[in-house]
Design a protein around this ligand. Structure first.
Ligand SMILES: [Zn+2]
Length: 241
């Protein structure tokens, strides 16, 4: 066990307090509610993006079908108009005129079928447009939520980083006042993930909150003040009051 001036031993309590504050700020930084929001939102946005792309594809397909159909309707109409003109001219053998009339009737039926189909397509298109509008709005809303959460996250990161910078400066200053061997012991214990220094209050170690047994307690109490003592339960440097 190293020896250290009781004042220096007490300084370890300040360092431990700063280390706790740093750990707390780090923990807050890693567990900001915004981080979970952003992760969940990003996942949700991915599926909303798929829905939006699907809706866009559906609209594009219907648009293409509509254009094709319009073209076909135009062609049938043009042909029917031509036939009607020829019919009105009335020239040619009766058999030809009869064939012409037959074609005009066929074209009229075809046009009626195509126009029905065109109406159906228009209805489908209206529905697809509505689905796309909803999908786009949902996607945009989710993206805006993420952007807002990111902005809040960045604000809090900035605050916490300021706080951490301040705490680390304090920590460096405090560590600079403690003798190297004592600090080295403190750091060695801290690296194991434990509280490295705590006060002995009554029989209780303030690091592990356990009461020391009477043998350990009397050993610690009877040891010289500059003797660095450790908790027999958790290994923390025990600073006596
Ligand atoms: Zn302890």
């Amino acid at each position: 066990m190293p020896q250290a001036d009781p004042t220096d031993q007490r300084r370890l309590l300040d360092i431990a307090a700063t280390d706790r504050a740093i750990a707390a700020a780090d923990h807050r930084r890693n567990t900001l509610p915004e981080l979970a929001l952003i992760a969940a939102g990003t996942e949700r946005t991915a599926s909303l993006r798929v829905a939006k792309v699907n809706a866009e594809t559906e609209v594009a397909d219907l648009e293409r079908d509509g254009r094709k159909l319009d073209l076909e309707i135009d062609q049938v109409r043009a042909r029917a108009d031509r036939d009607a003109e020829r019919m009105a001219a009335g020239a040619g053998p009766a058999k030809d005129l009869s064939n012409l009339q037959h074609e005009i009737d066929t074209l009229a039926r075809r046009q009626a079928t195509l126009e029905d189909r065109s109406l159906e397509l228009m209805e489908l298109r209206e529905k697809a447009d509505a689905v796309l509008a909803t999908a786009t709005a949902d996607f945009d809303a989710a993206a805006a939520e993420i952007a807002a959460a990111e902005s809040r996250r960045d604000d809090q990161f900035a605050d916490l980083d300021d706080e951490l910078a301040r705490l680390r400066a304090t920590r460096a200053e405090q560590a600079g006042q403690v003798p190297d061997d004592l600090l080295a012991l403190y750091e060695r214990i801290r690296k194991t993930g434990k509280i490295a220094a705590a006060e002995l209050r009554g029989a209780e170690c303030q690091a592990c909150r356990l009461e020391l047994d009477s043998v350990a307690l009397s050993q610690i109490r009877s040891a010289p003040a500059d003797q660095v003592m450790r908790c027999t339960e958790c290994g923390a440097i025990l600073v006596r009051g």
